[in-house]
Every structure is written in structure tokens, then in C-alpha cells.
Design a protein around this ligand. Structure first.
Ligand SMILES: *Cc1c(COP(=O)(O)O)cnc(C)c1O
Length: 391
């Protein structure tokens, strides 16, 4: 076998994959992500009494209450913090934050597609000053460099807990400059919430959507808000110096959430799936359990990359490697897209890299719904296909 033989579609397609190697479930996507069968069974069971009924009545409000109380428990919510939710996903929350939380200027760590998108919103907002952006190359972590002394002028600082496009995980701790200036700390936890341990105290706004670790469908945003966040929204919205559309009003979302409802009609099925997942994680042992499980699963993939000369972790700093989204570069002679396509035919789905990253890569989510045994099975399938194709 020569390591230099180019391996592509024709080689991979010629390899039969024994069905006993396959994982119990082939969904390894980074979002929308695997939804457990037990959640779908619960959805069917609630179907006749909750789906298709008024979101202003107690049955649906009861589901929203389960979500809010369950998340409060999962995050060990500090006193005064509130779980708030609304329609529109994390993307809507960027606009809500640009309108209701940034007073004049925000500062962002940008290290990939998702962190870049929030900075694009604050840059385009006509009522805000040019945002401060500290950027690093995909796969690495930028720092809050303050050589120009500008950070003191930011009243919001923002970064992602997990940059899903590159598989980079960042620490969640309140930067000194934010404490000194009183800036609100906004953390995009869309692909982290429910899968990575966090100290909510270190944030003012920990926001996410439920279609990743929380194994639900898309379309909803959820946030743990500090008293300072709630106060900032009330203050900025009362000033009337900018138009805040009702749909993007954080105070309206807070008021509705306190009544266990949303401003406008939510997808009730999404809420049921979310409530089921939060309670499942709590039953297994809470966030500490989920954190341990995702570390185990991602560790299997990192160890696999160490073992093979044709696979390398894209994120070079081990401390920055995500425990929920693993990005693995393949050697140039192995066509990653062809390999992902071969596995797709066996029902192993969505291990292609983030499309705009444009690398010869596999991206594999190890969210809590994916058992480590399925990651082990995926590794054995990958070994089998790579080794048989090269033989
Ligand atoms: C998926 C994702 C988003 C976008 O979420 P939507 O609900 O589709 O708006 C934002 N940020 C991060 C870190 C993500 O992983």
C-alpha cells in the first residue's frame, strides 16, 4: 500500500461496508442534529392533546414552563437570571441584541462563520458605532488584544462558546475589561448549550437555539438573561431613540416568557422535543453528565486522528478543540467529499465540512444525543473504508 495513491469516489465505492459495523443511528450532523426516538415517541404521545391547541392555554404553557424550569435547573441559574425565549432562532437574537442590548458599540471575537455574522449585524446597524473586532484565522482563537485602548468603549462584548463552523471551543469567563467597563457579556451558545459545562454567572446573556445539543428542531431562540441584561433592554427600549420592531423587542419577549408564552405562535412540536431533551439530560445527571459524555465521544475522534497518518485534527491547540464538533482534516491524497458521500449511502449523514470553510475535511458532531458507542462504530466504518480502499 502506498500512502500517496490518490483515493477518490471509485475506490470508496468499491468497498462494501458490513452492516454490523454501522452505528445504531447515522445522524452525526452539527445542526439540525440527531433527535432521539424517545423524544419522537413523546411527541406522538402528546400529539392529540397538545399539538394543534392554543398556545395561550395551560397545556402549551405547561410545555413552555417545563422548558424554562428545566433549563433553569440544567444551568443552575444564578439568582435574578431568567430563561427567555422567542421565535426566529439564534440569527434573530443577533438582531434583538443589536437593537435592545448594544447601547453604542459592541466588541466581538470573530473566528469563523457564526461569530462573524453577529459582527456583520452590529456593523450594519445605523444606530451603532463601528464594532471592535478581534479576529483570528479559522481553527484558532483570537484574544482581547487592547493595544489601542478601544475596548473600554464597548458596552457589549461577544464571542461564541463553540464556533460550529470550525470546531473551536472557547472558555466562558468574564473578561477583566468587561467587568471594568460594565459591558454586558453575550455568549452565543447555540452549539454548546446542553453539551458543555458552563458557569452562567460568567455571562450576562447565554443564548442558543435548540436544534444542536438540545436535540430539537430549529426556529426558536432561548437565552439565560442576567438582571443587568434585563435592565439594559428596559432602559434602551424606553429611550425611543431607535425603532425596535415588536418582533425584535427583548422586553416583549421577557414579559411573554414570564407568562410561559411567546409573543407570537411558536412551533409547539419544537417545544415538546426541547422539554423532553432537557429532562432527559437532567435525568442522566445534568450538565456534568452531558459534559463528560461529549468529552468522551470527541476524545475518541481525537485519538483516532492521532492514530492515523492520513487524519489530523484541524484545530492544532488541543485546549481549543471542541468537545461537541470535531473537525478532522484528511491528507491531500484522500478525497474527503468522496468519503462522506460513500458513508451517506450507508445512512451515515452530514459529516461533510462547513460548506464555506472549503477544506478537505470531515466535521462530526458529538452532541449528547450521540452515544459514544456510535462514535466508536463510526470510527470503525471510517477505518474499514480507508484501509480497504488503499489495499
Ligand atoms: C447554528 C448556529 C447559529 C445559527 O442558528 P439559527 O438557529 O439557525 O439561527 C448561530 N450560532 C452558532 C454558534 C451556531 O452553531
Amino acid at each position: 500500500m502506498s500512502a500517496r495513491t490518490a483515493l477518490g469516489t471509485s475506490h470508496f465505492d468499491a468497498v462494501p461496508i458490513p452492516s454490523n459495523l454501522l452505528p445504531s443511528d447515522g445522524r452525526f450532523g452539527s445542526g439540525p442534529a440527531r433527535i432521539r426516538s424517545e423524544q419522537l415517541d413523546a411527541l406522538m404521545a402528546s400529539g392529540r392533546t397538545v399539538l394543534g391547541t392554543s398556545h395561550r392555554q395551560s397545556a402549551v404553557k405547561g410545555v413552555v414552563r417545563r422548558v424554562r424550569e428545566g433549563l433553569a435547573q440544567l444551568f443552575d441559574l444564578p439568582g435574578g437570571y431568567e430563561i427567555v425565549l422567542g421565535n426566529g432562532g439564534s440569527t434573530a437574537f443577533w438582531d434583538i441584541a443589536a437593537l435592545c442590548l448594544v447601547h453604542e458599540r459592541s466588541a466581538h471575537l470573530v473566528l469563523g462563520e457564526f461569530s462573524a455574522k453577529f459582527a456583520v449585524e452590529t456593523r450594519s446597524a445605523p444606530h451603532l458605532a463601528e464594532p471592535i473586532v478581534r479576529e483570528s484565522a479559522p481553527g484558532s482563537v483570537p484574544t482581547w488584544d487592547d493595544a489601542d485602548g478601544s475596548l473600554a468603549s464597548a458596552d457589549v462584548v461577544a464571542w461564541p462558546h463553540n464556533e460550529t463552523s470550525t470546531g473551536v471551543m472557547l472558555p466562558v469567563s468574564r473578561p477583566t475589561h468587561a467587568t471594568q467597563s460594565g459591558a454586558l457579556v453575550l455568549v452565543d451558545a447555540t452549539s454548546a448549550a446542553g453539551g458543555i459545562a458552563v458557569d452562567i454567572d460568567q455571562t450576562d446573556t447565554y443564548y442558543f437555539a435548540p436544534q444542536k445539543c438540545l436535540g430539537s428542531d430549529g426556529g426558536l431562540w432561548v437565552a439565560a438573561l442576567s438582571p443587568a441584561t434585563i435592565e439594559r433592554a428596559a432602559e434602551l427600549e424606553a429611550r425611543n431613540d431607535r425603532w425596535v420592531p415588536s418582533f425584535l423587542s427583548l422586553t416583549a419577549a421577557i414579559e411573554n416568557s414570564q407568562k410561559n408564552q411567546t409573543l407570537n405562535t411558536p412551533a409547539i412540536a419544537t417545544l415538546i422535543l426541547l422539554a423532553e431533551q432537557v429532562e432527559w439530560i437532567l435525568d442522566q445527571g445534568g450538565l456534568a453528565w452531558a459534559d463528560e459524555r461529549t468529552r468522551t465521544s470527541s476524545g475518541l475522534l481525537h485519538a483516532w486522528a492521532d492514530r492515523r497518518e492520513d487524519v489530523t485534527c484541524f484545530v492544532t491547540d488541543p485546549a481549543a478543540r471542541s468537545q461537541v464538533v470535531t473537525t478532522l482534516d484528511l491528507a491531500p491524497h484522500v478525497d474527503a467529499a468522496a468519503l462522506a458521500a460513500r458513508l451517506r449511502r450507508e445512512g451515515i449523514l452530514d459529516i461533510e465540512p462547513y460548506r464555506k470553510l472549503g477544506r478537505n475535511q470531515l466535521r462530526i458532531a458529538t452532541f449528547p444525543s450521540v452515544p459514544p458507542s456510535d462514535v466508536e462504530a463510526l470510527v470503525s466504518v471510517l477505518d474499514h473504508v480507508l484501509d480497504s480502499a488503499a489495499a
